[in-house]
Design a protein around this ligand. Structure first.
Ligand SMILES: *Cc1c(COP(=O)(O)O)cnc(C)c1O
Length: 342
């Protein structure tokens, strides 16, 4: 059976063009600086983001933690939004790798108030206080919302005033750009370093990029080696990343339109709380406002050929990507309608 997989955009298979690019890629030992395909990807990524340099890393978590490790000293405090990936889904790595700890702020739709950030910044000489080493933003936020550019600009201005760097977890940076109708570089300019994933909606099989100033990336390259992320003939996996940037970034709006279509359909069903206006990208989050039989729902979905993550604490997420079509969504809505109307 050909599953329609709505669990995440990380499940995307590489496109035929990506598989061909992998086959054709000229490669070399990238730890020696010999891999032309990795170099091409890194140059393209840096250029696309408007940064001096970029580094190919194994995954998004690696890129984020490498940024923390490069920006921070041990004992530093990292300010981040309370529901961010860094806080929830990176296995406490900040404490293990950078030796930093997280100071969180609950945001409004993912946006941390500038005053709340300023209250927490500590850059003085008081020997009791940790130093604020970094401020992290997440855009698009994993709650499916896109932070407005003005909010990013305000945070960047505050950070500059205190001489604290800003890191952007842009796992879905190109989704944010598609939603805002701007270039990725217009978002990236509000951060000193940026991580984005090639392996989510952009459909590459593996890999992420960390970008920033040339001296920052030179330090990060050394630390990538230390962490075991120096990869040899990595051109084979960098090649689909080039296709991701040149071909797949431009089609993300299609996933967003499908997500909005799905959201509008779900909002009409019984037991579901969802405001389609909250669906900015390809992540459709909703809540059940009544007792539902989750195991019945999950088995009905499975029987109809859909993979989805079950509801967690009353909330459920469905994700669109290049391998989910309008017709799939219509079928999914029929199944949900049938189960929820029982
Ligand atoms: C997926 C994701 C990451 C991590 O990427 P992996 O490649 O899964 O390690 C980081 N931040 C956000 C917001 C993500 O959605």
């Amino acid at each position: 059976m050909q599953w329609i997989d709505l669990r995440s955009d990380t499940v995307t298979q590489p496109t035929p063009a990506m598989r061909q690019a992998m086959f054709d890629a000229p490669v070399g030992d990238d730890v020696y600086g010999d891999d032309p395909t990795v170099q091409k990807l890194e140059a393209l990524a840096a250029d696309t983001l408007g940064k001096e340099a970029a580094l190919f890393v194994p995954c998004g978590t690696f890129g984020n933690q490498l940024a923390l490790y490069t920006h921070c000293r041990r004992g530093d405090e990292v300010i981040a939004e309370d529901n961010s990936h860094l806080v929830w889904h990176e296995a406490g790595a900040a404490a293990v790798i950078a030796g930093a700890h997280m100071r969180t702020i609950e945001g409004e739709g993912g946006v941390m108030a500038v005053e709340a950030i300023e209250r927490r910044i500590r850059v003085g000489d008081d020997i009791h206080e940790p130093r604020t080493g970094l401020i992290c933003l997440e855009n698009a936020h994993s709650n499916g919302r896109v932070l407005p550019l003005s909010a990013m600009a305000d945070t960047a201005a505050l950070a500059r005033a205190y001489d604290v760097p800003v890191h952007l977890d842009g796992a879905r940076l190109f989704n944010a750009a598609a939603h805002l109708g701007c270039e990725a570089s217009e978002i990236a300019r509000h951060a000193d370093s940026v991580m984005f994933c090639l392996s989510k909606g952009l459909a590459a099989p593996v890999g992420s990029i960390l970008a920033g100033r040339a001296d920052f990336i030179a330090q990060a390259r050394r630390k990538r080696k230390l962490l075991g992320g120096g990869m040899r003939q990595a051109g084979v996996i960098a090649a689909p990343g080039i296709v991701a940037l040149t071909e797949m970034a431009a089609r993300l709006d299609e996933d967003h339109q499908n997500a909005r279509y799905l959201a509008e359909g779900l909002a009409k069903l019984p037991c579901i709380d969802l405001d389609p206006a909250d669906v900015h990208i390809n992540l459709v989050w909703f809540r059940f406002n009544a007792e539902i039989d989750a195991s019945e729902l999950m088995s009905a979905l499975k029987q109809a050929g859909f993979l989805a993550n079950p509801p967690h604490q009353g909330a459920m997420r469905l994700v669109t990507h290049w391998q989910v079509s309008r017709a799939d969504i219509d079928r999914l809505l029929e199944v949900m309608q049938r189960v929820l109307s029982d």
